[in-house]
Write a protein that binds this ligand. Structure first.
Ligand SMILES: NC(=O)c1ccc[n+]([C@@H]2O[C@H](COP(=O)([O-])OP(=O)(O)OC[C@H]3O[C@@H](n4cnc5c(N)ncnc54)[C@H](OP(=O)(O)O)[C@@H]3O)[C@@H](O)[C@H]2O)c1
Length: 285
């Protein structure tokens, strides 16, 4: 069976390529990316050029592929990502792909104020109604996304975050390993999986975890939502991106990612790494 992986040079995409190559013959794996040259280091890997913003070339990029994973793009300009994903699904249908796996998010929903969850919802609906076999792998919030704040907390002794509900942070590489499980084992058609971590942590729990894994005194300091927005503005991010990040954070704080499943273990064949183990490992590097 020929497996295709889009977004193959991104961090999640490359992780997925590596996990898939560990479970399938290289001759069965095609990596599709805007930058094939970036994948030259992966020996034996077949690559094809593919850009969701240039749909004319996508049908050729997807030809001959039986199982295709679509990794979401990171383009948060309103409307852009929905069109990119929709064009990719149309191209997959035209190319005769049998089974499309979409890496979605936990809690997708129509929400004009949340470009991330809104575009995942629209893409899921498009795929479900496309006529191809489908599987959804909804990811939780990356544990990796805690790392910069964790490093700052270790340096300052205070972990600063807006108070809110806990989230079941999942390590990016565990999402990749779970997706490789879908790609390389039979079945999975019409199933929605949730790649989550093994525990849910709120901001105070993150501070406590950091104190435990580093052996240092680290306290939790409450940040206001306004301070968070001002920090993003000070970093010079464009308004659409700030709105996208803020919308995602509002959803986290409302509990949209407080969902724990065993799907990573089921699909990857190994338990999901806890935030404590990930942070201990990552902070030691
Ligand atoms: N759950 C979370 O907490 C979380 C956090 C960050 C990101 N994400 C999502 O997960 C995705 C993968 O994350 P990552 O960590 O791998 O980020 P990344 O390293 O920045 O990768 C971005 C990805 O988007 C793809 N992409 C961008 N524009 C594209 C286009 N026009 N056509 C096709 N593909 C395009 C890239 O593919 P190529 O460059 O290979 O073409 C690459 O796979 C992100 O795009 C984002 O949607 C989720």
């Amino acid at each position: 069976m020929t497996i295709g992986i889009t977004g193959a040079s991104g961090q999640l995409g490359l992780g997925l390529v590596r996990h898939t190559l560990a479970r399938a013959a290289a001759s069965d794996v095609v990596a599709i990316t805007r930058n094939p040259a970036k994948l030259a280091e992966v020996s034996g890997l077949q690559t094809r050029a593919g850009d969701f913003s240039q749909p004319a070339g996508l049908v050729d990029a997807f030809r001959g592929i039986e199982r295709l994973v679509i990794i979401p793009t990171g383009d948060l300009q309103p409307g852009v990502r929905i069109k990119q994903h929709s064009d990719a699904i149309d191209a997959a249908v035209k190319a005769g792909v049998k089974h499309v796996i979409y890496i979605s998010s936990v809690s997708p929903r129509p929400d004009a104020k949340n470009v991330l969850l809104d575009s995942h919802f629209a893409t899921e609906q498009k795929l479900i109604h496309s006529g191809v076999d489908w599987t959804l792998l909804r990811m939780s919030v990356y544990t990796d996304s805690l790392l910069n704040a964790a490093k700052a907390a270790v340096a300052s002794g205070a972990y600063s975050a807006v108070p809110g509900a806990p989230a079941a942070y999942v390590v990016r590489d565990d999402i990749a390993a779970a997706a490789a499980g879908i790609l390389t084992t039979p079945g999975h058609v019409g199933i929605t999986y949730h790649a989550t971590g093994p525990v849910s942590l709120g901001p105070a729990d993150v501070a406590e975890t950091l104190a435990k894994v580093t052996g240092k005194a680290i306290s939790y300091t409450e940040m206001t939502a306004d301070q968070q927005r001002k920090g993003l503005e000070a970093a010079g991010l464009p308004p659409f991106l700030i709105d996208g990040i803020i919308g995602f954070n509002v959803a986290i704080r409302a509990g949209a990612f407080d969902l724990i499943t065993n799907d990573v273990a089921r699909l990857a064949g190994k338990p999901a790494e806890s935030p404590a183990d990930f942070l201990r490992r990552a902070l030691a590097q």
